[in-house]
Design a protein around this ligand. Structure first.
Ligand code: HEM
Length: 519
């Protein structure tokens, strides 16, 4: 009886395992073969084709071949940084496929079918579409779960609308104007740091600026987000940066079904960091609740969580995920934008001098305020041009949650739509034959004067999901660049190697090195 019992249990376990295994095979077949085939045939009926869907990893191998290990550029670009075709450097496969299949084509990324769209009218319809049936791709949440959670960047529908409503008022221009002092303080910390480096170098220093600008941007976002608790914020963001780096090492890895659940070394590292970040944020919230009321972004998020009738666990996730999202949305983007802008200025003496003269004339030795920043027209033109040539967010992506139609394109449910901002920002048809050149003068009459179709300038996105922090970002960039050009003379160091690389945002792969002197 004992034996028979043991035999039954064994049989049962093997049967369950077999059923599970067959179920997994069926799911894999559906996700990787049957569903892509169905979607592709629907698209093919409209004349939309693309590179073939490989059986297992879609076109990841093609993408990796072009980008080297981890999705990064392999060799320094032979183009000068001030006349550069970014899209061709970071997305050579898109250029190749575009030539082969036209302005609308389909390709596979793991289990997801992606519709690449570069046709201006369709791009406009997609980016400005207000239907909640079009939203952020769900695979992004799966891929970047530990980093993003279900915060504003990845959520959709009513949950996204609630989060946006909660956070938007704290980032309106009127609120951001009140942050100029804290931004100036963070910029001065950076200026002091570089002064020390220059003194140590006896009057000239070769500085890799990337990490210093990250510290600046992290400092600003910590103060804006966490107010008086900002030193703790810095600690939290430090851990998040580690998490981001751990995840950045496997940009396309998350597209492989099931991989993120396996207890691999890198997954375990991610899980530990994710837990630690959540613990630190919730500890800070507890201290905040004990200490009383403050007016900052964290307070808005806390009130948003309280007002939404969530369970304790859901409210905790709401708080943790949105703090992480604000950090992710606002930290790296602003730091790399400042880095690229300084790289371009270091390569262009004329514009360096023009904006230095403008800042000196407008500020007259005073600390910049909102009115002065508004008057810095040339500086604004330089920042616009820098964001055109090196937009940190290079792909705008959406998912259709039901069958949808944009112009003459029918997008079947579950297909993702991608627009390459990097390609659109330098299309000679839109910007003219000098599209790849650094020419801030094109923005002399604003964005509408700079190109044929102004809605195609979208470093901050467009439509209902447009960047919430664009006012803050523009003010940060203006203040920090104004202070740098008026405190230092600088040029590109011979150590600089021009290697734009696609990570979470487009970064200079080996950093930007500047030769700096005090003025
Ligand atoms: C130069 C710096 C920045 C750039 C280039 C940038 C760019 C973008 C882009 C392209 C999007 C996505 C738009 C879309 O998918 O349609 C976005 C979304 C967002 N950004 Fe920024 N961003 C910057 C700085 C910031 C800062 C400083 C903050 C906040 C403190 C911020 C907060 C957000 C948020 C919350 C979203 C999500 C909006 C939503 O989904 O409703 N960003 N940003």
């Amino acid at each position: 009886m004992e034996l028979l019992h043991g035999f039954d249990v064994k049989m049962l376990v093997s049967t369950v395992a077999l059923i599970g295994f067959v179920g997994l095979l069926v799911r894999l077949y559906r996700g990787l073969v049957a569903e892509p085939k169905r979607l592709r045939s629907l698209l093919a009926k409209q004349g939309i084709t693309g590179p073939p869907q490989a059986l297992l990893l879609g076109n990841i191998s093609e993408i990796k071949k072009a980008h080297g290990r981890g999705g990064n550029a392999k060799a320094p670009s032979s183009e000068p940084p001030t006349s550069h075709n970014l899209a061709a450097t970071i997305f050579p496969f898109f250029d190749k496929w575009r030539k082969q299949f036209g302005d609308v084509f389909v390709f596979g990324l793991g289990t997801t079918q992606i519709l690449y769209v570069i046709k201006p009218e369709a791009v406009r319809e997609i980016t400005t579409c207000t239907s909640l049936d079009l939203g952020k791709p769900t695979y992004q949440f799966k891929q970047r779960g530990p980093l993003l959670g279900k915060g504003i960047l990845t959520s959709n529908g009513a949950s996204w609308a609630h989060q946006r409503k909660v956070m938007a008022p704290e980032l309106y221009m009127e609120k951001v104007k009140g942050m100029i002092n804290l931004i100036t303080e963070s910029s001065n910390t950076l200026v002091n740091l570089w002064n020390i480096k220059i003194d140590a170098g006896k009057g000239v220093a070769d500085i890799k600026i990337d990490n210093d600008l990250r510290s600046f941007s992290g400092d600003v976002i910590s103060r804006a987000c966490f107010g008086s608790s900002y030193t703790k914020g810095v600690q939290i963001f430090d851990k998040l940066r580690q998490l981001q780096e751990a995840m950045g090492r496997k940009v396309f890895g998350g597209a492989v079904p099931g991989m993120r659940h396996l207890p691999t070394k890198s997954n375990r590292e991610e899980w530990a960091l994710e837990k630690e970040v959540a613990r630190l944020i919730l500890q800070l919230v507890k201290e905040r609740q004990a200490a009383g009321h403050e007016k900052d972004l964290l307070q808005m998020i806390l009130e948003g969580a309280r007002a939404s009738d969530l369970s304790q666990d859901a409210a905790d996730s709401f708080i943790v995920d949105n703090c992480k999202n604000i950090y992710l949305a606002g930290y790296e983007t602003t730091a790399t934008s400042a880095t690229w802008c300084l790289m371009l200025l270091a390569s262009n003496q004329e514009w360096r001098e023009r904006i230095r003269a403008e800042v000196l004339q407008v500020c007259q030795g005073r600390v910049p305020d909102a009115d002065m920043l508004r008057k810095m027209k040339q500086l604004t033109m330089v920042i616009h041009e820098s964001l055109r040539l090196y937009p940190p967010v290079t792909i705008m992506s959406r998912e259709a949650f039901k069958d949808m139609k944009f112009g003459d394109i029918h997008v079947p449910k579950s297909v993702n739509v991608w627009t390459s901002v990097a390609t659109i920002h330098t299309d000679p048809e839109i910007w003219g034959p000098d599209a790849y050149d650094f020419k801030p003068e094109r923005f002399a009459n604003g964005i509408t004067g700079a190109c044929k179709l102004p809605y195609l300038y979208m470093p901050f996105g467009l439509g209902p999901r447009v960047c919430l922090g664009q006012n803050l970002a523009m003010i940060e960039l203006k203040v920090v660049i104004a202070l740098i050009v008026t405190n230092f003379s600088f040029s590109l160091s011979p150590n600089y190697s021009h290697r734009p690389a696609q990570r979470l945002v487009v970064e200079p792969e080996t950093g930007v090195d500047l030769l700096m002197k005090k003025l």
